[in-house]
Design a binder for this molecule. Structure first.
Ligand code: NCD
Ligand code: ZN
Length: 344
């Protein structure tokens, strides 16, 4: 196949950031995605209904002229989040709340350190029909970084899911075969997003022959058997897995640094790279479910009514993009050739 037309896709997990940066990130995503779930890990984080509404307005204001792109808003959970905060955020249009274990990733210091204290909040979310999005990694210093997702499943994910059988839970940016197995074995109320980098790469790509800071993200890339498990499961067409780029921009000098930031800025090439992966897998017929149907169905939103077409044609992803503040950023796979392209 050299051309494929699919329902316009949505991105169920990304980081737009704020301020000037929105003028870069929102158009980059709106070029091919109809909706995107906007992560709330701003500085300060989006912890109240008012902050949700205000952030939504800032994102909408950064849309290209005539764009019908719509952000899907989320609330950042802390140990101080109350049931009333959930009710108010829902009323303000937040469809989901994000659970970050404190210190798990970029701008998550204010997040949840005492998980058990959150159970009444999860109960309220279940009642309100609000989705729980989970960054599933343990953060205790002694736990090896490559085991943090598996440990989270054993210590936390299992008990959250069994305590709230009607709460919709998205296990975000899964990276391991244990996570694939967990999601497959769980009820219909549990699903997962998968990023392009975790389908395309494993930890050798990050570390062999030199450290590649632009491949560094959290959860960190795992060994190849885990990459294979992710590739295999998307090729089955299971409805429990859907597109979430985790596009997470950091300026070039923050990535190419003695203490480099975690995050891959994939908005400029994500749908093309996912298409390349599905083509490599001989599973192009499963791309539309993953990219355009499964996420909307799980969130209980209508599928999009428009479409996009991709053609099999080599192009080189820009090696650098200039941000509105004048600083450079290196897009994910910058300078590399991608085998699929959006048709103009
Ligand atoms: C994300 C970011 O930069 O905000 N970084 C990342 O490596 N994925 C946060 C996150 O999703 O963990
Ligand atoms: Zn993320």
């Amino acid at each position: 196949m050299t051309q494929i037309t699919i329902t316009t896709p949505d991105d169920w997990h990304l980081h737009f950031r704020d301020g000037d940066m929105l003028n870069e990130t929102v158009p980059a995503t709106a070029r091919c995605f109809q909706r995107a779930v906007a992560m709330p890990n701003l500085v300060p984080p989006v912890t109240t209904a008012d902050m949700v509404s205000e952030y939504k307005q800032r994102i909408l204001a950064a849309r290209p002229k005539d764009s019908t792109f719509e952000p899907v808003m989320t609330l950042f959970l802390t140990n101080n989040t109350s049931c009333q905060d959930i009710i108010d955020a829902k009323a303000a249009g937040a469809l989901a709340a994000k659970l970050y274990p404190a210190g798990a990733t970029t701008n998550s210091d204010a997040a949840v350190s005492a998980l058990d204290g959150m159970f009444p909040v999860f109960e309220e979310m279940q009642k309100q029909g609000m989705l729980l999005l989970i960054h599933g990694e343990m953060t205790a210093h002694h736990i090896d970084i490559f085991d943090r997702e598996k440990e989270f499943i054993d210590q936390n994910m299992t008990r959250i899911v069994s305590a709230f059988p009607h709460l919709k839970v998205v296990f975000e940016h899964i990276t391991t075969k244990e996570a694939v197995e967990f999601v497959l074995a769980a009820g219909d109320n549990v699903a997962a997003t998968i990023t392009p980098q975790h389908l395309l790469l494993n930890r050798n790509d990050l570390l062999v022959g030199g450290v590649r800071p632009h491949y560094y993200c959290l959860p960190v890339l795992k060994r190849n058997i885990h990459q294979q498990a992710l590739r295999s499961v998307v090729a089955t067409g299971s409805k429990k897995f859907f597109l979430g780029t985790d596009s997470a921009p950091h300026e070039k000098d923050k990535k190419e640094n003695a203490c480099g930031c975690a995050g891959c800025y994939s908005a400029w090439s994500a749908i093309e790279l996912y298409t390349q992966v599905f083509d490599e897998l001989g599973a192009l017929d499963k791309l539309e479910g993953f990219a355009s149907h499964n996420g909307a169905d799980f969130y209980g939103l209508p599928r999009n009514s428009t479409s996009i077409t991709l053609v099999k044609e080599d192009w080189v992803i820009p090696a650098e993009v200039t941000l509105p503040n004048g600083n450079p950023i290196v897009p994910f796979f910058g300078g590399e050739t991608c085998a699929w392209k959006i048709k103009d």
